[in-house]
Design a protein around this ligand. Structure first.
Ligand code: KIV
Length: 260
């Protein structure tokens, strides 16, 4: 099982694999197979059908993190701090402490660069392990008016490099780089000593993360370019539910084989 130290030491080695999970059943299927399971606030969209991540609350995140911890005992688990739960240092420390006290998560994840470095530092100084998250930050979707790819101009590239440095210096053990142009994500990854885990950020980060329902074809409303479908999950379930309803309605199920 990976530890904070082993993840830190994995820079430039075998790429790290992270996937999201929101419940015990799926977490148990991913247990021991991936390096990190992220209880992402993306659950608000893929699990709760909300339009963005912003209405996920700390209670919701803790509820799902408990379930994931129950299902995956031998994998590092990271809980996303939801929008509005780390706006100042005191609040961040209280809320991240709740995650440690009420769940068995190994770390929390915080979106933000230079402007959030003081929050990350406050947590790491208080023995809470933090995964950073820079680039496209889904919690900024409303303030930025959409999901915008980053690293498209000189000024923004400079800012991203500063963000990555600030997150590293604040004591984060690794960081997600989301929605950053591939060449820029490569430059950022080279510029920091902690591993970077990319999503929509090209091939040169130290690891990759996907949202499980995207990766396994359960979220079919649209297919972003960056998602590779490893399974046609929705199709399999739709076929199975059709078969089940048919068999019940035609009395093909249950048979004596399924009866005591
Ligand atoms: O919430 C989430 O699932 C995430 C990943 C996309 C990195 O933050």
């Amino acid at each position: 099982m990976q530890t904070i130290t082993s993840i830190k030491n994995s820079k430039s080695k075998t790429p790290l694999v992270m996937i999201t999970a929101y419940d015990a059943l799926f977490a148990s299927l991913f247990d021991k197979k991936v390096d990190i399971i992220l209880v992402g606030d993306s659950l608000n969209m893929s699990f709760n059908a909300k339009p963005d991540t912003l209405s996920a609350t700390l209670d919701i995140m803790i509820y799902h993190t408990k379930a994931v911890c129950a299902g995956a005992k031998e994998t590092m688990i990271v809980c996303d701090m939801p929008f509005g739960s780390y706006t100042d240092e005191k609040m961040a420390l209280e809320n991240a402490s709740r995650v440690y006290q009420e769940t068995e998560a190994h770390a929390v994840k915080i979106e933000g660069g230079v402007e959030r470095a003081h929050i990350i530092r406050r947590l790491t100084e208080n023995s809470i392990a933090v995964m950073g998250h820079i680039g496209l930050m889904p919690q900024c979707v409303r303030s930025e008016g959409g999901y915008k790819i980053k690293g498209k101009n000189k000024e923004n590239i400079k800012q991203l490099l500063l963000d990555a440095k600030a997150v590293e210096e604040a004591g984060a053990f690794c960081m997600v780089i989301e929605g950053v142009k591939a060449d820029v994500a490569k430059e950022i990854s080279k510029s920091v000593s902690i591993p970077t885990i990319g999503i929509v950020s090209g091939v040169d980060t130290d690891g990759q993360v996907l949202v499980w329902s995207d990766a396994f074809g359960f979220f079919n409303e649209f297919k972003p370019k960056f998602v590779k479908k490893y399974l046609n999950g929705a199709e399999l379930i739709e076929n199975a539910i059709e078969k089940y309803t048919d068999e019940v309605r035609t009395r093909a199920f249950p048979t004596t084989e399924h009866t005591y």
